[in-house]
Design a protein around this ligand. Structure first.
Ligand SMILES: *Cc1c(COP(=O)(O)O)cnc(C)c1O
Length: 464
């Protein structure tokens, strides 16, 4: 038999090396499922190596999401692999833990009466802030429609007023047939300014979204001032417009770092809040939260009842089956860190962000848009003279990528789309020294970019 006719053994044995096995000696099937099974260890090794191409999440300074976890979280996630959080009857303790998390968040966000257990806040877990935003938006739309119907007024043109929101709100508006009235950024602004509201709010406005931690720049929109402006609008026009706070990141930062900032249920106009457990909530990917100030703000006909220990359990969600581990991991973090622990973690991140901001400011070509103070632990900046710099922020992102750093560059939303910015997020797991190394690399990249692209001769060390 010619060598090329020899078939690889159908089932490799213990003696077969992972990289001398049937699967590893071929290009992996990409369009059709292979006919035969493969050895788990070989498949694992192939996928493990392929995934290295994704880059290193510890150097991903673009993401808000958790990239560092306690080993205990990994163990709990493993133990919860088979738990479907929607089966409240089969996994009543997971359901109980979800409910504890909602209560803890209602208390953290100062829902009336929550600390004493007498509160009437209501909420649920989701897959992230996107699903939570959809639920928050749906509740606003239902309430507005109910009120309009009672008044005998048309209900066909709802709108939602907001500033530079994350894409999930565009999705909400499109999927659920609501006009998104996105207010353009004023010159020099990074978020919605209260005085802009009156031109956009009308009788068809289902609510205003205020962002605690603007995705682009990482500072907070002034929720209390926006609420005060809506109070004024109500006095003048009678329009009573509720606020939903998109606190995807800030919901887990402000209660620890900015305790005097009033942005949450302390403001009567705030009817609901969403946050991402998997961002500064420190839980692994796949969990978010939505909380309403009181049960009446969540219309009954949006809530479905599932059987739960012979009773019934209200659920409000876009998804059905979903893993329970992230919820358990969220509760683990609440117990593990406590308020003091969360404060220390977020404070360490904020101080590191401020350290980076000082470095960035010293480098020369940059103007800080956000210096890591008063909002999320992050830094955002732009080129002071984009025309004269001789390079773009995109070039700098590319250069940094060569060392593995992922630092995104992108334009601000309208009307500031001509301003390109760069943003660095400091999360749990990113230490001061790592950020110092990043600053050194930025300096080196700047030197290289300012010199321009070297010729082959320059690189080889020849001089004319
Ligand atoms: C990340 C983010 C979202 C979306 O949250 P996911 O948890 O990724 O679904 C929504 N709004 C803001 C302000 C965000 O930062």
């Amino acid at each position: 038999m010619a060598l090329h006719e020899m078939k690889a053994p159908k089932s490799a044995d213990a003696a077969t090396d992972v990289f001398a096995s049937a699967l590893s000696e071929r290009v992996l099937p990409k369009h059709r499922m292979p006919e035969e099974p493969n050895i788990p260890a070989v498949v694992y090794a192939m996928l493990h190596n392929e995934l290295l191409l994704d880059g290193n999440s510890a150097q991903n300074l673009a993401t808000f999401c958790t990239t560092w976890t306690d080993d205990e979280v990994r163990r709990l996630m493993d133990e919860c692999l088979d738990k479907n959080m929607i089966d409240k009857d089969e996994y009543p303790q997971t359901a109980e833990i979800e409910s504890r998390c909602v209560n803890i968040l209602a208390d953290l966000w100062n829902a009336p009466g929550s600390a004493t257990g007498e509160g009437t806040a209501i909420g649920c877990s989701t897959t992230g802030s996107s699903e939570a935003a959809m639920l928050g938006g749906l509740a606003l739309k239902w309430r507005w429609r109910e009120k309009r119907r009672k008044e005998g007024k048309p209900t066909d043109r709802p709108n939602l007023v907001c500033g530079p929101v994350q894409i999930c709100w565009d999705k909400f508006a499109r999927y659920f047939d609501v006009e998104l009235r996105q207010i353009p950024l004023e010159p020099g602004a990074t978020g919605l300014r209260p005085h802009q509201l009156k031109e956009y709010v009308d009788e068809n406005t289902i609510g205003v979204v205020a962002i605690l931690g603007v995705t682009y720049t990482c500072d907070y929109e002034p929720v209390a001032e926006l609420a005060a402006e809506l109070d004024r609008i109500q006095q003048e026009t009678g329009l009573d417009v509720p606020i939903h706070v998109d606190a995807a990141s800030g919901g887990f930062v402000a209660p620890f770092l900015h305790r005097d900032l009033v942005w949450d249920f302390r403001l009567p106009r705030v009817s609901s809040i969403n946050a991402s457990g998997h961002k500064f909530g420190l839980a692994p990917l796949g969990v978010g939260w939505a909380v309403w100030r009181t049960a009446d703000l969540l219309p009954e006909d949006l809530v479905f009842r599932v059987s739960y220990l012979g009773g019934d359990m209200p659920t409000f969600a876009l998804n059905f089956s979903r893993p329970g581990g992230e919820i358990v991991a969220q509760y683990y973090n609440f117990l593990r860190l406590g308020r003091v622990g969360y404060r220390r973690v977020q404070e360490a991140c904020a101080l590191t962000a401020q350290y980076l901001a000082e470095q960035i400011a010293e480098m020369g070509p940059f103007t800080l848009l956000y210096d890591g103070q008063g909002g999320l632990p992050a830094v955002s900046y732009t080129l002071t003279d984009p025309e004269g710099a001789g390079f773009s922020l995109y070039d700098l992102s590319d250069q940094l990528r060569m060392r593995g750093w992922q630092v995104p560059s992108y334009p601000l939303p309208p009307d500031r789309q001509e301003t390109v910015i760069q943003r660095v997020l400091i999360r749990h797991g990113i230490g001061r020294d790592e950020v110092d190394l990043l600053a050194q690399d930025i300096r080196r990249c700047l030197e290289r970019l300012e010199k321009g692209v070297p010729s082959d001769a320059d690189r080889a060390g020849f001089h004319h």
